[in-house]
Design a protein around this ligand. Structure first.
Ligand code: ADP
Ligand code: MG
Length: 351
């Protein structure tokens, strides 16, 4: 069990600042997910923890000990990459045993470690196979197994599922969730650009953008109370609807819609946010958002109504009953004030 502390971590490549001062305390046994758009610095931050990148400024602690100058091999960390990087000529068993053999661990201990990892990852039937005779999901599990046998203090994953097709991504994601449950003492840091993976796996999510932290919190904290517009739009699928709105005498109104909503907010110009599942079909006069229905996606379990809001933006609703309107018809939605999110028009911070 280890904790990891990042203190004002910066990483530059030449003059380019990629990580711009990150402070974060990761608790023992915690599953932390770094999420953010491509290029925001997730891998770089993970690699600085691993010791694969030198830290430009700031301090990194593992179990209270500063490790800025400790080489990767001595940090007690194992990392799983997006590309599985297995040895093609070695069996599953030998791939998993490799690091321990190099470290001259006793054969009986290696055997125990490999079989236990294979058991956790349901790889026992495949131990004699070569990687080429495995599916992508199985290969990724071997790569994870190779990391488990080393009994790392901290487990790092960099987008381990992104090379898998959609169905395998879901099943391997569940394997990782089970792995976490079977190793409750191991601290894990997991990088993904996929907010569904972040929501389903994390104890706490760290939302990154352009080399800094936007918000840290449990999945539901981020979903229910995003600190700013960026997090509001990033977490949740389909995305939160966000439109400009005006508040006059405590009544919020969106241009082009007839209804208004009594709100407790002193600002005049705001971004009004509402999640698709919180929009309810209604009559024109009550509508807080009105627009033209563009596409109705009937997904069986629910319907998504994509519409062009009268104020100009592309919006989406997930009404409880499928709307009767056809593409091209006007469509109207209201919402409960307890479900709305308001952000400052200038700072984009939650109000
Ligand atoms: P992410 O994993 O979030 O997609 P990365 O951490 O890989 O993002 O990259 C963050 C930024 O740092 C990107 O703009 C990328 O181009 C830049 N970068 C990454 N590695 C290097 C490098 N070795 N030299 C210069 N720039 C780099
Ligand atoms: Mg990356």
């Amino acid at each position: 069990m280890s904790d990891v502390k990042l203190q004002a971590i910066k990483k530059n490549y030449g003059k380019v600042e990629v990580i711009k001062g990150v402070d974060l305390e990761i608790k023992k046994g915690e599953f932390i997910v770094f999420v953010g758009p491509s290029g925001c610095g997730k891998s770089t931050l993970l690699r600085t923890i691993a010791g694969l990148e030198e830290i430009t400024d700031g301090k990194l602690y593992i179990d209270g000990v500063e490790v800025n100058d400790v080489p990767a091999s001595n940090r007690g960390i194992a990392m799983v990459f997006q590309s599985y990087a297995l040895y093609p000529h070695l069996s599953v068993y030998d791939n998993m045993a490799f690091a321990l053999s190099i470290a001259k661990v006793k054969i009986s201990e290696i055997d125990k470690a490999v079989r236990s990892a294979a058991d956790i990852l349901q790889l026992t039937p495949y131990l004699e196979r070569l990687p080429r005779d495995l599916s992508g999901g199985q290969r990724q599990r071997v790569a994870i197994g190779r990391a488990i046998v080393r009994q790392p203090k901290v487990f790092l994953f960099d987008e381990p599922l992104s090379n898998l097709d959609a169905a395998l991504r879901v099943s391997t994601r569940i394997e990782i969730a089970k792995l976490k449950q079977s190793m409750p003492d191991t601290t894990m840091v997991y990088v993904t650009h996929d907010q569904v993976e972040a929501m389903t796996l994390a104890d706490r999510i760290v939302v990154l953008s352009e080399g800094h932290i936007e918000q840290v919190g449990s999945p539901l904290e981020l979903y229910n109370r995003p600190k700013n517009r960026f997090v509001a739009e990033f977490i949740g699928s389909p995305k939160m609807n966000l439109v400009s709105a005006k508040i006059t005498d405590g009544m919020l109104n969106v241009e082009g819609s007839k209804g208004s909503l009594k709100v407790d907010c002193k600002e005049e110009n705001v971004f009004f946010g509402i999640r698709p599942e919180h929009l309810v079909l209604c009559d024109e006069n009550d509508a807080i958002l009105s627009g033209v229905l563009e596409v109705k996606e009937e997904l069986g379990e629910y319907t998504l109504a994509h519409f062009k809001g009268n104020e100009g933006s592309a919006l989406v609703a997930k009404p409880i009953i499928s709307p009767s309107q056809k593409p091209g018809d006007m469509i109207h939605f209201k919402c409960d004030v307890k479900n709305i999110h308001l952000f400052d028009a200038k700072t984009e911070l939650r109000l």
